[in-house]
Design a protein around this ligand. Structure first.
Ligand SMILES: NC(=O)c1ccc[n+]([C@@H]2O[C@H](COP(=O)([O-])OP(=O)(O)OC[C@H]3O[C@@H](n4cnc5c(N)ncnc54)[C@H](OP(=O)(O)O)[C@@H]3O)[C@@H](O)[C@H]2O)c1
Length: 211
């Protein structure tokens, strides 16, 4: 069965998945790179990195994934829709290597990149977008790639089977939070936590049978 999964979603202690304001120079606003420093130190990110707990979680990101869904604000800085040449942050060979669906109210024609990534742009409710992505995934799982707004919407719609969150010991105070409107979300999931020597906590939410 094809699952809907979230991986490596890094949040502050106060639940923010990005700081503010987002811009071309500061994609995560005042958070800078602090939400992902744990990942930059792993072998998943850098061949010279660590191979411990953080790496074991990080590398699950790509296994068995056949498509990704991301939000417009992950794909580019505010106003990217006005730049017809914008193809995302990631250069000619983005790290997705599958069909990748960008949710936006201003869709544009698909863009085929190197390495198997094709960006498709669609305005669709979460369930409909998931159906489209699942078809493209050809039996493999669909990853919800963020940002926090899109993650929150898919969680609220009850569409997420497995979520790996990384709680980073920083307090951002402002930005985009993932938990708003998700009261008692944990009731539908088996939740586990693993502390890493790097200082982050890996949390997994696995949907309970029948939820
Ligand atoms: N912490 C992490 O691990 C992590 C992971 C990924 C990304 N990020 C960061 O998170 C930030 C982006 O997050 P965000 O919460 O601001 O935004 P986001 O979730 O990336 O995108 C939200 C936007 O996507 C479009 N959208 C969402 N649902 C839609 C739908 N059903 N139909 C059509 N369009 C839809 C809307 O944009 P329009 O109306 O403008 O089209 C909406 O404003 C970036 O800084 C990114 O780098 C963090």
């Amino acid at each position: 069965m094809s699952l809907t999964r979230i991986h490596n979603l890094s949040i502050s202690l106060d639940g923010f998945g990005t700081g503010e304001p987002q811009s071309a120079d500061a994609p995560f606003g005042h958070a800078g790179e602090r939400l992902h420093e744990w990942m930059f130190g792993t072998r998943f990110w850098d061949a010279g990195g660590t191979a411990g707990v953080d790496n074991a979680f990080a590398e699950r990101h790509s296994h068995g994934i056949g498509a990704e869904i991301m939000g417009a604000n992950k794909f580019g800085p505010p106003g990217w829709q006005d730049d017809t040449a914008w193809k995302g942050w990631w250069g000619p060979n983005p790290p997705f290597h599958t069909p990748t669906f960008v949710l936006t109210h201003r869709p544009r024609p698909s863009i085929e990149m190197e390495g198997g990534t094709t960006f498709h742009f669609l305005a669709a409710a979460p369930a409909e977008a998931l159906e489209t992505a699942r078809e493209a995934a050809e039996g493999r799982d669909v990853r919800i790639g963020g940002g926090p707004t899109v993650v929150r919407d898919f969680l609220a719609a009850g569409l997420v089977d497995h979520m790996h969150l990384v709680q980073v010991p920083i307090v951002l105070g402002r930005g985009v939070r993932i938990w708003d409107g998700l009261e008692a979300l944990e009731d539908a999931y088996d939740v586990e936590a693993v502390s890493s020597p790097s200082g982050v906590t890996h949390l997994t939410f696995t949907r309970k049978a029948g939820s």
